[in-house]
Design a protein. Sequence first.
Length: 212
Amino acid sequence: MLKCYFRASPFWLALKAFGEKHLKIDKLLSLSREMPAYRRLIEKLQQPGGDTSVLLLDAAKPYIIAALYQELLLPVLVVTARPESSKKLKEQISAWSDSPLQLFPEPSALPYQRIASDTSTVLEKIQVLSALAKCKLSTEPALIVASAPALMQKVIDFSHFTSAWHTIKLGMDIELLSLLGRWQTIGYKIESIVEVPGTVRHRGGIIDIYPP
């Protein structure tokens, strides 16, 4: 496990100024393999129970994180102290890596406030949890950035989350009312128009669904 403390750096300003299409710099990650210190870090992390701490310049952190993710091919969770830092760091890492990168959102309410999260935040959480749950099935491990406040909130139990998964294939025989009832049980809402994720519409023998 790699332990780092992160602070945002101004690299993302350059990314916005020149545009992502002009900064295809992910090929430079291979240069990290020529650094002796980097090779020692990789060796420590690949040892059974590998656990180490390193000090990095703020500007180097997105590059090193992307390089480690590319080489180790393991799920990576990057934690920052503040929500705004996690958003900026996500942008910085995405400049170095073309791999799917997700941000685990922080709650809109303060801790212990009984206020429901907005729909967009809930959907982002579901997408990140799905990516983590599918790590064993996917050839591309998850790369997730989160802030400390985001990790303080409770999430659904893994077995309960995965028990809601099911597959529908072409040619399957399906009992529509039973399927609609199952979707409502796991949180889908029946609507007259399907415009947002998490909604379903039933018209005779036709079902419109917008998954997260």
